[in-house]
Design a protein around this ligand. Sequence first.
Ligand code: 5RP
Length: 219
Amino acid sequence: MIQDEQKRAVAIAAIEHVPVGCIVGVGTGSTANYFIDELAKIKHKIDGAVASSDATAKRLESHGIEVIDLNNVDDLPVYIDGADEITEHLHMTKGGGGALTREKIVAAVARKFICITDQTKLVNILGNFPLPIEVIPMARSYVAREITLLGGQPALRQGFITDNGNVILDVHGLQILNPVELETTLNQITGIVTNGLFARRAADVLLLGGDLGVKTITH
Ligand code: 5RP
């Protein structure tokens, strides 16, 4: 199967994980877009969706799926989203699409995080994909210096502003041997809104698309 077919296959598989009558947390990106298109087919069975970005909200609404403010949601049984890299421990790098902050918020609220990716995203060690970090604009240079001290090479994502009005630094050159520790360290740097490591709140289930179909990995 080619990569896009694998993305579609995991999106279809994810529908099995959506309980009837629930509100669904929905991620951002090309794999999440396939999921939204599948969700549209069962929209009469759900109560609505929480979106992790403006782009996702727009796509959900274009399918006639009600987008609900997270502040009005008491219970979010499931969040379904892609990743840029994921390990067998289900630690992830996310934020390639720049939606990491809202993604991390929705993931924090959800009882279950189901990650949907094609097989190219599965890695032994995170870091080959540059780690996205959302930064308050006035802190950009300070945060870049702090990240350099940690051994990374930050690059400003050109011409990109997040849904929250901030900038993204993509950090190259990291070999992330301890994702929980690095996520915690980055959380302490003033001016960083969110870092793209999803390790403290890892995925619960990975639906991995490969040549032979969809594999389910849990931890
Ligand atoms: C967006 C994300 C996406 O989940 C990640 O970039 C994967 O995207 P795609 O499914 O297009 O490969 O974190 O901020």
